[in-house]
Design a protein around this ligand. Structure first.
Ligand code: F6P
Length: 342
């Protein structure tokens, strides 16, 4: 078989380990051939790909980013989009099946194409860890590690200046990175989109930490908005592409905290640093196993499924199972962390 691989959506540490796992398992166990489509659905729609022999994946599992490139291009948009065009591209280039590595948007596109009869299997990917039907996504562990290292540094400068430090981490819909990075770094408050929290409560935690002689440390997910301030916080400006800007909550919170507590406060947005660089060992192993398992799914013709981590096992689930709901931080996990606040 000749199998195509593509990576789509925001990049994520571990993507190259998935590609390597798939290519090595495919070549060594089944004698398959591989091609890599460039820049997600764009390359698939335009038939822009290159061969992926064994040498192409040598040593790449420790590299960040994706050797295939990625984009947020939609599979259905434009004159090359949609199932008929994509099926023609695959057929014309002798590609028998496609492994789509991506998050919610990518898997939703892949799922629709499968319903139209295309031979696609999925590999779930996001640093945000918000995809359902899998315990963890690769990239999440690396993002946490990077966030914790940065927050530990913020703490020492906060201590020196007796300042309150606000660290904004990624997570537009969910607060998994904030929860884990905040717990690991000993934050005095963790603010996530799933849990509504007032400015009064936030300032109370800040004051409690300050009164004990600590430099208060707040970890906030980019999608968080303080309770009762939804309107004031809804406009965060537009980014350079004219899209609604998501981040910026840290910089909005800092002056409010300073004004209400009298404690000098600084904000730091960690941003895309969390998605860059070398994946952790955990993410490399998880991503490699998922890549290997995705080839087994292709061999079994399990179209419309994605590989998933359940406990320590890699299983197959219908792609739609990951798309029904976002995996939010459960209240019991937040309440557990909350014992440590203040
Ligand atoms: O979905 C992953 C994610 O990292 C989000 O946490 C973040 O809001 C978004 O991607 C940023 O996307 P982009 O790189 O397109 O600005």
């Amino acid at each position: 078989m000749r199998i195509g691989i593509m990576t789509s959506g925001g990049d994520c540490p571990g993507l190259n380990a998935v590609i390597r796992g798939a290519v090595l398992n495919g070549i060594k166990s089944y004698d398959h051939e591989f091609v890599g489509f460039r820049d997600g659905w764009r390359g698939v729609k335009e038939g822009d790909f290159f061969e992926l022999p064994r040498t192409a994946v040598r040593g790449i599992s420790k590299q960040g980013g994706t050797i295939l490139g990625t984009s947020r291009t939609n599979a259905f948009e434009g004159e090359n989009g949609g199932p008929q065009n994509i099926a023609a591209v695959l057929k014309d280039n002798g590609v028998d099946a496609l492994i789509a590595i991506g998050g919610e948007g990518t898997l939703a596109g892949a799922q629709r194409l499968c319903e139209a009869g295309l031979p696609i299997v999925g590999v779930p990917k996001t640093i945000d860890n918000d995809l359902d039907a899998t315990d963890y996504t690769f990239g999440f562990d690396t993002a946490n590690q990077i966030a914790v290292e940065a927050i530990d540094r913020l703490r020492t400068t906060g201590d020196s200046h007796h300042r309150c430090m606000v660290a904004e981490v990624m997570g537009r819909h969910v607060g998994w990175i904030a929860l884990h990075a905040g717990m690991a770094s000993g934050a005095h408050a963790i603010l996530i989109p799933e849990v509504s929290t007032t400015m009064e409560q936030i300032c109370q935690w800040v004051n409690e930490a300050h009164d004990r002689g600590r430099a208060p440390l707040i970890v906030v997910a980019e999608g968080f908005v303080p309770e009762g301030m939804e309107e004031a916080f809804s406009v965060r400006g537009l980014d350079t592409f004219g899209r609604a800007r998501l981040g910026g909550i840290g910089e909005m919170l800092a002056p409010l905290i300073e004004e209400r507590t009298g404690i000098e406060t600084r904000a730091t947005v960690l941003g895309h640093i969390q998605r860059g660089g070398v994946p952790t060992a955990f993410d490399r192993v998880l991503a490699t196993r998922l890549g290997m398992a995705s080839v087994d799914s292709v061999v079994d013709g399990a179209w419309g499924t994605m590989v998933a981590l359940h406990g320590t096992k890699i299983n197959r689930v219908p792609m739609r199972a990951a798309l029904n709901n976002l995996k939010r931080v459960p209240m019991e996990r937040y309440n557990e962390a909350k014992i440590l606040f203040g």
